[in-house]
Design a protein around this ligand. Structure first.
Ligand code: SAM
Length: 330
């Protein structure tokens, strides 16, 4: 079974949030009044595995585990291992803040994890504390170096924010010049009252223009399955590359191939839509089997919206959607 929507888009990529808990409090991700999802509502790992089993029968070939902070959930390493054993065909990716995993790097390597996305919005300790509420910059940097030494490929995700990290572009480019990794800036998406600020928006085009003052950047063609919607640039004389992801200024809705499932089992077909399809009750109903889940997933996918239309309608609203990113998984 192949998942397609009314607009002819094929969906083959699932982002699964394993927890909404996180040890950081990033300013762009959590709102002041956020509330954790009650524990009983969080899917058990077996339930998540069942969803992955089902997804794999629906042509989903790429799976990203995210959060919250996925490594903050107990048993996450075993979960990765189970997913890898039961679904060796799945292109498995993980997004982490990198603060908790330096000691786990050898085990991750042994499990066969060959790449990680690590969020890092600043190379400055004080700014790191300001952005995340915690003093963990050194831990993240140690993790990055440990991964690179172990042969785990790294993509850095930095949320681009004027007045916060726009003065660090030169340092970031130096970092990517010296290290064999992909450094990708993601345009800031307002997510609610506390995160909304037009003055904070730093567009991908501005980053590119500024970046060209510090380095010779040449556009390179990359595979969509590896880089999603990122535009990638080589840095002359550098080991790493620069990437730009522009969900706001230059949407990529027409080629969107994603579904998201939150840790409490809500299926979301578009980051910019608050419409959710509740899978948890179906998962937990003894009377309903896998086919019931397949039906809901297929029907939801058919109605997958064009996010930029929703964004246009939301102009003047608090954010791009009503749910905070820490609960959706980015
Ligand atoms: N804890 C993990 C981490 O820090 O990478 C995974 C969860 S985090 C929600 C996933 C991604 O969402 C991160 O790369 C983060 O940069 C991105 N993100 C969160 N809020 C965002 C926002 N308002 N605008 C743009 N990107 C955002």
């Amino acid at each position: 079974m192949v998942l397609t929507d009314k607009l002819g888009r094929t969906v083959n990529y699932l982002r699964l949030s394993v927890t909404d808990r996180c040890n950081l409090r990033c300013m762009y991700c959590v709102t002041k009044d956020f509330q954790f999802i009650p524990h009983p509502n969080i899917l058990r790992y077996e339930e998540m595995l069942r969803l992955i089993d089902i997804a794999s029968t629906m042509n989903i070939g790429k799976l990203r585990l995210t959060g919250g902070e996925p490594f903050a959930r107990k048993g996450f390493m075993d979960f990765i291992s189970n997913v890898m054993v039961q679904h060796p065909e799945m292109d498995l990716r993980i997004t982490t803040n990198g603060t908790l995993i330096e000691p786990l790097v050898p085990d991750l390597k042994k499990l066969g994890v060959s790449r990680l996305n690590i969020s890092l919005d600043t190379l400055d300790r004080a700014t790191f504390k300001e952005v995340t509420g915690r003093d963990h910059l050194e831990d993240v940097l140690s993790t990055i170096h440990a991964c690179l030494s172990a042969g785990i490929r790294i993509k850095i995700n930095a949320v681009a924010m004027k007045g916060i990290n726009d003065n660090e572009l030169n340092s970031f480019i130096d970092f990517a010049r010296e290290n064999p990794l992909d450094l990708r800036f993601i345009e800031f998406m307002p997510m609610g009252d506390d995160t909304k600020s037009d003055s904070r928006f730093w567009s991908a085009d501005d980053i590119l223009e500024q970046g060209r003052k510090y380095a010779v950047l040449k556009k390179i063609q990359v595979k969509k399955e590896n880089h999603g919607p990122a535009r990638m640039y080589s840095i002359e004389g550098g080991k790493g590359r620069l990437g730009l992801i522009s969900p706001v200024s230059s949407h990529f809705c027409s080629t969107c191939n994603r579904l998201r499932i939150t840790s409490d089992g809500n299926l979301r077909t578009c980051l910019f839509s608050d419409r959710t399809y509740r899978l948890r009750n179906i998962l937990r109903s003894p009377a309903l089997g896998d086919d019931a889940l397949r039906k809901v997933i297929a029907a939801a996918t058919r109605d997958k919206p064009l996010g930029y239309h929703l964004l246009e309608q939301r102009s003047g609203c608090k954010g791009v959607c009503e749910t905070q990113m820490s609960a959706i998984g980015g």
